[in-house]
Each structure stands twice: as structure tokens, then as C-alpha cells.
Ligand binder design. Structure first.
Ligand code: CMC
Length: 392
């Protein structure tokens, strides 16, 4: 009632207080729980960063060992949940498969659904961190018609995921340590980004006191969108499109500037960063190195670099403060790792999972939380009288 402000896309409205992630978009600064992303990228690992985001502090060795061991113990999927994958068409996009399977966890783990029981929330947290990589690997296996592999809990989270994705039951799978380190780094860089579309979705759904699995499943669906996590696939499709048309970067940039319908420079621009995305800076630095080792597609990398160079020197992009974001180079790396384009956004989801969980937990424990219920500015008809169907 009373005074309502209109703010489409929440450009100027804070929806909550949060102590998890700090971004200064003008300066290009990103910190998780106070720690600069550059330091975490260089010195930490994904499991440790997950602990940091969720529990607020870097773990001691004992805490880290216990956390990792608990996650390892829960990587198996219920055999009935495995059958779930048979119900999808072979060419199903893995993101809706992932969100459906995460949603289905609510039916298998009815003992950990209470949002207000800390032990149950911890149990769901561990189950999600452990099982989502397995679900993701099975979504991939289903899409290529290969048999599912059981997790090997002697391996770390990222190695285990890579083995379940690319390994075969009867063959040993030698996980390339460079690949493990590169994917671990990418997961760290994606692990949280404060109130983005999917995280806000997780909080919104959770504010109705929906359980953690239900809330995270909603977040996966939000991430699927091409303006959000789907951008990493869209970048690669864009680069391939430019190559197919003869590699004319200048012409593509012209079409972007003319605002042709559906033509945006994917992997550029950000609601908060009005400077180089610090995650993109780290990725760019490692892209050459990783692609060199893994044998990436040099021609596509060349097109990407030329695009970046052209855009950064162009008034259209300068005036609007459009810089490469996290997704600009990731697709090239994922592709060099052997992932199909359709799968890139699933990798984003794996990385973002601890951030979603941390925000849901912060939301549910915040006494200031109220059910998310935005207001509107009504623009429809004023009152009018019903007319019978014969008189319309
Ligand atoms: N290519 C061309 N023009 C752009 C782009 C782009 N990628 N991004 C923004 N603009 C223009 C936009 O047309 C507008 O121009 P004008 O003022 O003349 O109307 C101006 O820049 C401001 O853009 P906006 O759409 O109002 O900005 P936003 O904050 O609503 O959107 C965004 C942010 C990320 C959705 C947008 O930049 C975009 O669509 N980028 C491409 C998709 C992408 O890479 N998404 C990944 C984001 S990072 C990972 C993640 O968090 O998901």
C-alpha cells in the first residue's frame, strides 16, 4: 500500500543484506568472504572455496578433511534416481535434466527437507555438493549413449566428475592433472557472484520456505538462460557463426552496433562490472596456457581475441562500458577439455552450486528475511462492466 517505486530488473534495489561476496563493479574487484578472487584462484581449491562460502571462514586441515570425506561418502545416486535419466529423450539438453534431477532429490531425501533444522540443512548441503557432479556426469553419459560409471571416492571431487564424464567402466581413466587443475580453477571463479539472476531466484524460492533442493533446482533453471549462464554456450555458437561466415569480425561488430534483433556480443557486458570482469582477466591469462596444453581451436581463439580487441577500441562499447565477462573465454577452454557446447552451462552450475547454497542458508538464517513478494505498477483497465458473450 502507499508509495511504490518501479525498478525493472532491480537495477537500483537491494533485495537483502549479505556478507558472502563483495563486488566493486567500477574497480573490477571481486572478493569471497573478504578474500580477493585472484588469491583464491592462485592458492585455494574448489572444495576449500565451497567451505569458505558456505561456512564463512577458511577451514582448518581437520575441518577440510571432514568436509571432503562427507562429500565423498554421498556421491552415489540412488539406483532409482539413475532410472530417471531413461525418461528423457537422448538429445535432451542437460540443463533441464539437471534441474529435474535436483528437484527429484526432494523425493529421495525426505529426511533432510526442513529449512529450520540445521542438521538437516547440513545434510542437504553435503548431498547436493556430492550428487550434483554425479547427476551432471550422467546427463552427459545419457546424451552420448554411454554407460554410467559409479563414482570412485578415492578421487577428489573434480577428478571424480571428469572420470564419471569421460571414463568407461572397463577401462582405467588417467585423469590429466592439468585438466583437473584448470576445471577446479574455473569452478572457483564461478563459485559465487552475489545477487545475480539465479542466486536471487534461489533466495526468492527459499523465502517461501521451500526446501534447499527445490530452491537450487529453480536456480539451475534461471542459469539456463542465455543472458546468464547460457552465455558460455552462446559465445561459442557466436564464434562458430563468425567463422562459418568467413571470419569477418568487423562485420559482426557492425551488426551488434546496429542492434540487429538477436545479435549481441555474447560474453560482453555485465550489470555490475563497468570495467574488465576480474574473472575474465584470470581466465584470459590462463586460456592460452590451457589451450596450448590441451590443444584448443586456435582459429576460434583468434576470432575471440580479434573480437575483444575490436570491441574494446570501439566507441559503442566504450561509451556503454562493455567489457568481456566471465563467459567470453570459458567456452573455448571447455571445448578444448572435450565438453560439447550444450554442456557448458552445466559446468557453470557445478561451479555456482556452493554460492547458491551459501545464499540460501544466509537467507533462511537472517531474521530480516521476508517472503519475496515484489509490488507492481498496474497499467491495465480501470473498472468496467461485464458484457454477455452476445454483445462482444
Ligand atoms: N552486446 C551489445 N550491446 C550490449 C551488450 C552486448 N553484450 N550488453 C549490453 N549492451 C548494450 C545494450 O544494448 C544497452 O545499450 P543502449 O543503452 O543503447 O540501449 C547498454 O549496453 C546497456 O545494456 P543493458 O542490456 O541495459 O545492460 P543489463 O545490465 O541489463 O544487461 C547483460 C547485462 C549481461 C544481460 C548484458 O550485458 C548482455 O546481454 N550481455 C550478453 C550476455 C552475456 O554475456 N551474459 C553473461 C553475463 S556474465 C555471467 C553471468 O553472471 O551470468
Amino acid at each position: 500500500t502507499g508509495y511504490v517505486t518501479l525498478d525493472p530488473g532491480f537495477v537500483n534495489t537491494a533485495s537483502c543484506s549479505s556478507a558472502i561476496t563483495y563486488i566493486d563493479g567500477d574497480a573490477g574487484i571481486l572478493r569471497y568472504r573478504g578474500y580477493p578472487i585472484e588469491q583464491l584462484a592462485e592458492r585455494s581449491n574448489f572444495i576449500e572455496v565451497s567451505y569458505l562460502l558456505i561456512y564463512g571462514e577458511l577451514p582448518t586441515q581437520a575441518q577440510l578433511d571432514e568436509f571432503s570425506a562427507k562429500i565423498s561418502r554421498h556421491t552415489l545416486l540412488h539406483e532409482d534416481l539413475k532410472r530417471f535419466f531413461d525418461g528423457f529423450p537422448r538429445d535432451a539438453h542437460p540443463m533441464p535434466v539437471l534441474s529435474s534431477a535436483v528437484s527429484a532429490l526432494s523425493t529421495f531425501y525426505q529426511d533432510s527437507l526442513s529449512p529450520f533444522d540445521d542438521k538437516q540443512v547440513d545434510m542437504s548441503t553435503i548431498r547436493l555438493l556430492a550428487k550434483v557432479p554425479t547427476i551432471a556426469a550422467y546427463a552427459y553419459k545419457k546424451s552420448v549413449g554411454q554407460p554410467f560409471l559409479y563414482p570412485d571416492n578415492s578421487l577428489g571431487l573434480v577428478e571424480n566428475f571428469l572420470r564419471m564424464t569421460f571414463g568407461f567402466p572397463a577401462e582405467p581413466y588417467d585423469v590429466d592433472p592439468d585438466l583437473v587443475r584448470a576445471l577446479d580453477l574455473l569452478f572457483i571463479l564461478h563459485a559465487d557472484h552475489e545477487q545475480n539472476c539465479s542466486t536471487s531466484t534461489v533466495r526468492m524460492v527459499g523465502s517461501a520456505e521451500a526446501n534447499l533442493f527445490a530452491s537450487i533446482s529453480a536456480g539451475v533453471n534461471a542459469l539456463f538462460g542465455p543472458l546468464h549462464g547460457g552465455a558460455n554456450s552462446a559465445v561459442l555458437e557466436m564464434l562458430e557463426g563468425i567463422r562459418a561466415e568467413g571470419g569477418d569480425v568487423a562485420n559482426f561488430v557492425r551488426r551488434v552496433k546496429n542492434k540487429e534483433k538477436g545479435v549481441r556480443l555474447m560474453g560482453f557486458g555485465h550489470r555490475v562490472y563497468k570495467n574488465y570482469d576480474p574473472r575474465a582477466a584470470i581466465i584470459k591469462k590462463t586460456a592460452d596456457e590451457i589451450l596450448g596444453k590441451l590443444g584448443g581451436d586456435d582459429h576460434l581463439l583468434e576470432i575471440a581475441k580479434k573480437l575483444e580487441e575490436t570491441a574494446l577500441a570501439d566507441d559503442y562499447f566504450i561509451e556503454r562500458k562493455l567489457y568481456p565477462n566471465v563467459d567470453f573465454y570459458t567456452g573455448l577452454i571447455y571445448r578444448a577439455m572435450g565438453f560439447p557446447t550444450k554442456f557448458f552451462t552445466v559446468l557453470f552450475a557445478l561451479g555456482r552450486l556452493p554460492g547458491w547454497i551459501a545464499h540460501w542458508r544466509e537467507m533462511i538464517n537472517d531474521p530480516a528475511t521476508k517472503i519475496g513478494r515484489p509490488r507492481q505498477v498496474y497499467t491495465g483497465e480501470t473498472q468496467r462492466d461485464y458484457t454477455g458473450i452476445d454483445h462482444r
